[in-house]
Design a protein around this ligand. Structure first.
Ligand code: PGA
Length: 275
């Protein structure tokens, strides 16, 4: 499990100017340059206006850049929206779809997320679909049903060959942001495994290969325990990642623990072979 590729990324929401983002992205590239990227993927999802310059300043081998949202249409009468062609023009690699703030403040529906996932994949992006239950849904015992609906609808048009460009982030709405409540590792573990099961129901064995991330108040205390969940492939972080030095420390903390797990697992299989 620990040998699988590991992902860490941040959405900077409606923070950071062009200058702030340039500095953040270039500091992050410098600070993490020594970490081999074959088994580790780093990504930043800043605001639209920063993408062009950040795209030119970053080393694309070290850092992937994403957009926080995207319209499903290429052009048209969609005031205030951004087109896949515009995002391609600025060298964006991935598009985040259905973040809880889009779903719950701007009232995006599962059908809209479905159209966006489809369009993002058609335009060559990686689609990062965010899902998660609200506090009310959790209290009503409806979490599993909500996650299934968000995945089944959001990914309905995805073909198996496109699946290597689909990432899923589990972000319980009640755990996100300054008012977020703490999540227990056991709960995260259970939900991440439920998501893996739903992905396998939808896509068969190919569902095993879709990276699943956890997001929602990830911090230096819970990052390592969360990273040990059975079905997790990465962490998607807000506030705790917005300072490049702190983010770098968090990345190293998690990677070191994963390396330790790897060597323990190797030691165990060596012992077993001797028996
Ligand atoms: P947070 O944000 O880590 O600040 O809770 C997570 C997110 O919104 O993706």
């Amino acid at each position: 499990m620990a040998c699988r590729k590991w992902y860490m990324g941040t959405n900077t929401k409606m923070y950071k100017t062009i200058a702030d983002t340039n500095r953040f992205v270039s500091d992050l590239c410098t600070l993490t340059a020594d970490i081999p990227r074959e088994k580790f993927e780093l990504f930043v999802i800043p605001s639209y206006t920063t993408l062009d310059q950040a795209g030119r300043n970053r080393d694309s081998r070290l850092l992937k850049l994403g957009a926080q949202n995207m319209c499903w249409e290429e052009q048209g009468q969609f005031t205030g929206e951004i087109s896949p062609l515009m995002l391609r023009e600025v060298g964006c690699d991935l598009v985040m779809i259905g973040h809880s703030e889009r779903r719950h403040i701007f009232m995006e529906t599962d059908e809209m997320e479905r159209a966006k996932v489809r369009s993002a994949l058609e335009h060559g992006f990686t689609a990062l679909l965010c899902i998660g239950e609200t506090e009310e849904e959790k209290a009503a015992g409806r979490t599993a049903e909500v996650l299934r609906r968000q995945l089944e609808t959001g990914l309905r048009d995805v073909e198996i060959p496109q699946l290597n460009r689909v990432w899923v982030a589990y972000e319980p709405v009640w755990a996100i942001g300054v008012n977020g409540k703490p999540i227990t590792i056991a709960y995260a573990d259970e939900m991440l495994s439920a998501i893996r099961e739903i992905l396998c129901d939808i896509f068969g064995v190919s569902g095993e290969d879709v990276p699943i991330f956890y997001g929602g108040s990830v911090n230096p205390e819970n990052a390592v325990p969360l990273s040990r969940c059975r079905d997790i492939n990465g962490l998607f972080i807000g506030r705790s990642a917005w300072d490049a030095e702190k983010f770098n420390r968090l990345i190293r903390q998690v990677l070191e623990s994963r390396m330790q797990e790897d060597s323990d697992a190797c030691g165990r299989s060596h012992e077993q072979r001797k028996e």
